[in-house]
Write a protein that binds this ligand. Structure first.
Ligand code: AMP
Length: 113
């Protein structure tokens, strides 16, 4: 999608700190980290968010979750990690390209809101 920030990052048109990519997914460090490890995992195919996942095939959706786990392993988040996907205005989604935040490296808050 021409105007999508994360599509431009995936295409290399905007620089990012990529930590992993494969055929279906791309993972890069969040520009405003909220934890020692804060990586965003996205499908290379553009969909708006969790509300758009019916446009993804099951292999791509599964690949996103597997990449989250792989990132946690690569980052050595042996104490645990959190995976979040914000969807829509009530969840404060700011970039309308499906992404999973992978957070860890410290004791995270019990609060999710
Ligand atoms: P969300 O608010 O759930 O849509 O998450 C979007 C995330 O993208 C935020 O945590 C931002 O800090 C992050 N972000 C925005 N622009 C960039 C960028 N150019 N590179 C890396 N992360 C970004």
């Amino acid at each position: 999608m021409d105007t999508c920030l994360f599509c431009k990052i995936i295409a290399g048109e905007i620089p990012s700190a990529c930590v992993y990519q494969d055929e279906k997914t791309f993972a890069f460090r969040d520009i405003s980290p909220m934890a020692p490890t804060h990586v965003l995992v996205v499908p290379k195919q553009h969909v708006t968010g969790m509300d758009g996942i019916d446009e993804l095939d099951d292999a791509t959706l599964a690949a996103c979750l597997r990449t989250c786990k792989r990132v946690a392993e690569m980052e050595k988040l042996t104490g645990g990690f959190r995976t979040i996907s914000n969807c829509g205005p009530d969840a404060a989604q700011s970039v309308r390209h499906l992404h999973f935040h992978v957070l860890g490296g410290k004791q995270l808050s019990e609060k999710l809101d």
